[in-house]
Design a protein around this ligand. Structure first.
Ligand code: ADP
Ligand code: MG
Length: 208
């Protein structure tokens, strides 16, 4: 079982990682976007951590809804509403509980990805965060179905997210700002897929 406190440890670790990688995320976005992805994510996740400290939520559902609302309200651009929706849907799917079993965790994360799809309409190969998250969640489900522990499943998911992130390099962007570049988006790693791989890596580091 994963407790709400452990789940919040995941959120704090994601905040730490996007802050550590802020300049790298922004440099990736300067190549195919408007050079704000690291700034957006570090500011947004900083606000999330402050809000969690100021107003500690009682359940996983309440916590993730608060995380999502903070991102939606504090982060402009594409990534605020997209990550905000991911966490909001995670919270709704998790429900007013203080523990999640591995299947419940995977189900909530899947609901979060479905929220990203509902909001941004990304498809596989569009060169977005979806290209890191979708293979990660498939790997998570597969490892859990095979009887693996949550830790093993998250390590498999993190490897799949990293591979999905790397696979965005040759892709032609079909969503978001990078799509305005057409062929010139080819050859660059997607910033959102890079932060999404950090989200999965943070889960493997804290919930494994
Ligand atoms: P903006 O593009 O508004 O400046 P960010 O730079 O913070 O926002 O985030 C850009 C990232 O958002 C992209 O690298 C991509 O992964 C993701 N993204 C953009 N549009 C979409 C979309 N429609 N669906 C999924 N992800 C998207
Ligand atoms: Mg940007």
């Amino acid at each position: 079982m994963t407790t709400s406190d452990q789940l919040l440890g995941w959120v704090r670790e994601f905040a730490r990682q996007v802050t550590e990688h802020r300049d790298e995320l922004t440099a990736l976005d300067s190549a195919i976007g408007d050079a704000d992805h690291g700034i957006n994510m570090a500011r947004g996740m900083g606000a999330v951590v402050e809000a969690l400290e100021a107003n500690p939520p009682a359940t996983a559902g309440a916590a993730f809804k608060q995380v999502g609302m903070t991102l939606v309200s504090k982060v402009g651009g594409a990534s605020g509403p997209l990550y905000g929706t991911l966490f909001l849907r995670f919270g709704t799917a998790a429900g007013e509980v203080t523990e999640l079993d591995p299947a419940g965790f995977a189900k909530a994360f899947r609901a979060g990805l479905e929220g990203v799809v509902a909001r941004g309409r990304p498809e596989a190969g569009d060169k977005t965060m979806y290209d890191a998250l979708a293979p990660a969640l498939d790997a998570l489900d597969e490892a859990l179905a095979g009887g693996g522990s949550l830790g093993d499943a998250l390590r498999a998911a993190s490897a799949a997210a990293d591979a999905g992130r790397d696979a965005t390099i040759p892709m032609l962007a079909r969503k978001g700002r990078a799509s305005y570049l057409g062929e010139r988006s080819v050859g660059h790693q997607d910033p959102g897929a890079t932060s999404a791989a950090l989200l999965v890596a943070a889960a493997a580091a804290t919930l494994g």
